[in-house]
Design a protein around this ligand. Structure first.
Ligand SMILES: Cc1cc2nc3c(=O)[nH]c(=O)nc-3n(C[C@H](O)[C@H](O)[C@H](O)COP(=O)(O)O)c2cc1C
Length: 446
C-alpha cells in the first residue's frame, strides 16, 4: 500500500437510511425484518473486504417513527445469525447503557464474541428518546446523568469481561480439574448505579474483549469515548468539522493515558455513485422524490423528541425552539439549530436537508474514491461507516465502482486478513487488566 489503508464498516439498516427506502425497487420492501437480506448484504460486504457491519437501534416508536424503526431486528440477535453465515467480517451492535444491565450486556456480547470467533463490537449509546422510559418502567434520565451511568456501566462491563484469565479454564479430564481458581477474578463492584458481584460466566474471546464503539458527539460523549472507546461512530458534516471532531476525541484519549491510535474514528457517510456524474445526480434525484414534505417534517421531529413541526409556516425562518432537543439527540439538534441560524434557512429547507441530505460523496467511482482518500489523508477519520440511502443499490454500486478505484490507487485491500474485529481495525488484542499484576488471592468461589 502506498498510503494509509482505508477501511469501511457497513450500516445494516433495512432497506436504507432514507426514510422511504422501502419503496425503492432495488431491495425487498420488508428488508428491516428480512434475515436473508441481512445475510446477503453481509456476505457481499465480507467478499468486498468491508471490515464490519454495524446495527443501530432504538427503544421507542410511535406512529411518526420512520418505517425502518417501526419493525426491525434486535441487533445482537441478527448479528448472531450473521456470525454463522460469515467468517471474517466484524459484527457491531447497539445496546443502550440507560436501558439494560451490565451483567446481561457483558454476557450477550461475550457470547457473540465466542460464536463469531472474536468479531463482536458494541455500539455504546445512551438513548436519546424520552419515550424509551415508557417501555422500561423508569423515568428517562437526563443527558448528563445518562453519560454518568454510561461511564460506570462501561467500567463494570469491561471488568466482567476479564473474569477469567486466558489459561484459567483447564478442562483436564484426567485430573478432573475444570478450572484453576487463581485465574478467576470476582469483580465485587459497588457503585453509584450498579452493584455487580461477578464473575461473568463466559471466558475471554480470541480478541480479548469485544470492541467498544461509541456514538454520541457532545462534550460528554467525547469524554466517554476518550476514556473507553476503541472506535467512534459520528457524523460527517464536512471534512473540516469531522477533522476537528477527530482531533478532540484523540486528544481526549491522550488525556486518559492512551495513544491517538487507540481510538479509530468512523464517520457515517452515504455515497451515491453512478457510471457517470449525471447518473449519480439522477439517483440522488430519485431518492429525493421518495419523500413528501410531511414525511420530512416527521423525520426532523424525531431528533427533537417528536416535536410537531407541522404547526409552523414552512417558508418562514426555522423556528426558535429554545431548549427543545437538548435532552434528546443533543449534538445533532444543536448542529441543526446552528446551521439554520448561520445560513438563514427556512423550516422547509431544514426538514428536506435532514431527511435527504445531499451526500458529500456523490459522483463517479473515481470521484468518490478520490474524495474518500482526501478525507483520510487530511486526518479527518480512520475509515467510514457506509450508511447507504438505498442499501441494496448503494452497496452494489460502491463495490462495483468505488472499491476497484481505491484498489487501483493502492489504498484498499479486498481481502480481510485479520481473524478478529480488532485485527481488522488495526487494534491490538485487548490484554486482561490482571495480566500484568501478580496473581491475586484465591477466589472464594466453589
Ligand atoms: C452518529 C450517532 C449515532 C447514534 N446511534 C444511536 C443508535 O443507534 N441508537 C440510539 O439509541 N442512540 C444513538 N445515538 C444517540 C446517542 O447515543 C446519544 O444518546 C445522543 O446522541 C445524545 O448524545 P450526544 O449529545 O453526546 O450526541 C447516536 C448518536 C450519534 C451522534
Amino acid at each position: 500500500m502506498t498510503g494509509k489503508p482505508i477501511s469501511f464498516g457497513l450500516m445494516l439498516h433495512g432497506a436504507g437510511g432514507h426514510m422511504n427506502s422501502w419503496k425503492h425497487p432495488s431491495g425487498p420492501a420488508d428488508a428491516s425484518v428480512n434475515a436473508d437480506f441481512y445475510i446477503r448484504q453481509t456476505q457481499k460486504a465480507e467478499a468486498a473486504g468491508i471490515a464490519f457491519v454495524f446495527v443501530a437501534d432504538g427503544l421507542y416508536i410511535n406512529e411518526k417513527s420512520i418505517p425502518h424503526f417501526l419493525n426491525r431486528f434486535e441487533p445482537l440477535t441478527i448479528l448472531s445469525a450473521l456470525a454463522v453465515a460469515t467468517d471474517r467480517i466484524g459484527l457491531a451492535g447497539t445496546i443502550s447503557t440507560s436501558y439494560s444491565d451490565p451483567y446481561t450486556t457483558a454476557r450477550q456480547l461475550a457470547s457473540l464474541d465466542l460464536i463469531s470467533g472474536g468479531r463482536a463490537g458494541w455500539n455504546v449509546v445512551t438513548t436519546p428518546l424520552e419515550g424509551s422510559g415508557l417501555n422500561y418502567s423508569r423515568a428517562h434520565p437526563d443527558h448528563a446523568l445518562r453519560y454518568e451511568i454510561a461511564d460506570e456501566y462501561l467500567s463494570v462491563t469491561q471488568g466482567l469481561w476479564d473474569s477469567w484469565d486466558e489459561d484459567a479454564v483447564i478442562r483436564d479430564r484426567e485430573t478432573g480439574r475444570f478450572f484453576d481458581p487463581d485465574g478467576l477474578h470476582t469483580l465485587n463492584h459497588k457503585g453509584r448505579f450498579f452493584n455487580v458481584a461477578g464473575p461473568l460466566n463466559a471466558p475471554r474471546s480470541k480478541q480479548g474483549q469485544p470492541v467498544i464503539f461509541q456514538a454520541g458527539s457532545s462534550d460528554a460523549g467525547i469524554a466517554l469515548a476518550g476514556k473507553y472507546a476503541d472506535a467512534v461512530f459520528t457524523h460527517s458534516p464536512s471534512l473540516e468539522e469531522t477533522r476537528a471532531f477527530t482531533t478532540r476525541v484523540k486528544d481526549a484519549a491522550v488525556a486518559h493515558g492512551r495513544s491517538r491510535d487507540d481510538v479509530k474514528i468512523y464517520p457515517g457517510i452515504s455515497p451515491i455513485v453512478g457510471d457517470t456524474r449525471e447518473e449519480a445526480e439522477e439517483k440522488y434525484h430519485i431518492i429525493q422524490n421518495l419523500l413528501s414534505i410531511e414525511d420530512a417534517l416527521a423525520y426532523l421531529g424525531r431528533f427533537f423528541d417528536h416535536h410537531d413541526f407541522s404547526q409552523y409556516d414552512l417558508d418562514a425562518p426555522f423556528p426558535d425552539l429554545g431548549d427543545i432537543g437538548r435532552n434528546s439527540f443533543r449534538s445533532t439538534t444543536d448542529r441543526i439549530k446552528a446551521d439554520a441560524r448561520d445560513h438563514g434557512l427556512t423550516l422547509r429547507e431544514v426538514a428536506l436537508a435532514a431527511a435527504t441530505p445531499r451526500p458529500n460523496f456523490l459522483g463517479t467511482g473515481a470521484e468518490v474514491a478520490e474524495e474518500i482518500i482526501r478525507w483520510i489523508d487530511a486526518g479527518a477519520s480512520d475509515g467510514f461507516i457506509l450508511g447507504f440511502s438505498i442499501s441494496a443499490e448503494g452497496l452494489d454500486d460502491f463495490t462495483r465502482l468505488v472499491i476497484p478505484e481505491l484498489v487501483a490507487r493502492g489504498r484498499y485491500d479486498t481481502v480481510l486478513h485479520g481473524e478478529t474485529l480488532r485485527d481488522n481495525l488495526g487494534l491490538p488484542r485487548k490484554a486482561s487488566r490482571y495480566a500484568q499484576v501478580p496473581p491475586p488471592r484465591r477466589a472464594s468461589i466453589a
